[in-house]
Every structure is written in C-alpha cells, then in structure tokens.
Design a protein. Structure first.
Length: 71
C-alpha cells in the first residue's frame, strides 16, 4: 500500500501533489501567523497601531462587497 502512494502519478501532471503542497503551505502560513500573533509583545504592538479600528472601519465595505457578490 505504501509503495503505491510513493509511485509517480499515472497521468504525469502531478496536479494532486501540487495541490497538496499548496494547501500545506497555506496551512503552515496560517499556523505561523497564529504563533506570531499569540506573542504578548506582538499583541501589545498591534493594539498600539489600531489594527482593531482598521478592521472595524473595513467591515461596511466588506459587507457591501458580499451583498454585491450575491446579486
């Protein structure tokens, strides 16, 4: 069973493997961002920058975009 997984794909394009690598990379980026943002020094710095206020200011635009997209 393990040897079947290690063999190259029969169609030759390897798109499944590329998709797996891409999703793994995205998962690692999200995990890394979570580790960085869990640091108390980073949280304190981000609160001084007012990132929360920026997110609240962007919410009406995001809601408007989602309404337009559903039309």
């Amino acid at each position: 069973m393990a040897m079947e997984i290690l063999e190259p794909t029969t169609n030759g394009n390897g798109s499944d493997k590329d998709t797996l690598y891409m999703l793994g990379g995205v998962a690692l980026m999200i995990f890394g961002a979570g580790l960085i943002l869990s640091n108390p020094f980073v949280r304190r710095y981000m609160s001084r920058l007012g990132v929360g206020n920026l997110a609240q200011a962007a919410m009406p635009d995001i809601e408007r975009y989602l309404k337009l997209r559903t039309m």
